[in-house]
Design a protein around this ligand. Structure first.
Ligand code: SF4
Length: 230
């Protein structure tokens, strides 16, 4: 099986809630968000031999790690992802996925293998092309969201509260739309500065998180609402 890996974190306690896990950073993504925090992972290199390395890493860690998180880049970009996940499961590990929902068809096929999904919903579905540079990206994210909700797989939906993309009202409107679609576990993440974008002061980046009324309004919309600050 071909798996292109750009990096591996041997142990995380936060990327797969409730589990000790390793994180595999997959190469490639079909989108080009200007706030991407792993732009070095977006080009796909020649090394498709990631699976033997991952297997050799995992074999001595059976019984020590609970699971493996496939992150990126965008894991769904890789056509060999299902084989890699099946390989990880066959070794006795759980599998988690961090995704932006770029390829709903692939996600549909992977869902039976997945124990947990962290799905980024970046902005209103209508505004996705403005952020990703890709026509139709909002429809793909929405389809992936609906597939995830219908699957019953454990998940969180998260949005990066980027003041370059949102004001208070548009953030509330997105949350309302997600709640109406059935999202019950929602995370608001603080934006981190990225070179080359409109610079954010620390105060601007944290502005949504000091707005107690906004956080209370968001909290009232979801059975499980948390904030994740930098
Ligand atoms: S979808 Fe994720 S990996 Fe792809 S460009 Fe956007 S932020 Fe980067």
């Amino acid at each position: 099986m071909r798996l292109r890996i750009g990096g591996l974190t041997p142990l995380t306690t936060i990327d797969f809630p409730g589990h000790l896990a390793a994180v595999v950073f997959c190469q490639g993504c079909a989108w080009r968000c200007d706030y991407c925090h792993n732009p070095h992972l977006l080009p796909v290199g020649d090394d498709g031999e990631g699976w033997p390395r991952l297997r050799d890493f995992l074999l001595p860690r059976r019984g020590l790690l609970d699971g493996v998180v496939f992150s990126g880049g965008e894991p769904l970009f890789q056509s060999g992802l299902a084989d890699a996940m099946e390989g990880v499961k066959s070794l006795g590990f759980k599998v988690a996925l961090h995704t932006a929902g770029t390829h709903p068809g692939r996600l549909r096929r992977l869902l039976p293998l997945l124990d947990w999904v962290g799905l980024d919903i970046k902005t209103s579905f209508e505004r996705y092309p403005q952020l990703t540079g890709v026509t139709g990206s909002g429809a793909k994210a929405r389809e992936s969201l609906m597939l995830l909700l219908e699957s019953g797989v454990d998940y969180e939906v998260r949005t990066t509260a980027d003041p370059n993309l949102f004001d208070r009202d548009s953030l509330l409107a997105l949350a309302e739309a997600l709640a109406a679609l059935g999202v019950s576990r929602y995370v608001l993440q603080q934006c981190r500065p990225v070179d080359g974008r409109h610079p954010l002061t620390p105060g601007e980046a944290a502005s949504f998180f000091s707005d107690a009324r906004l956080l209370a309004q968001l909290g009232a919309m979801f059975a499980n609402f948390t904030i994740r600050q930098a």
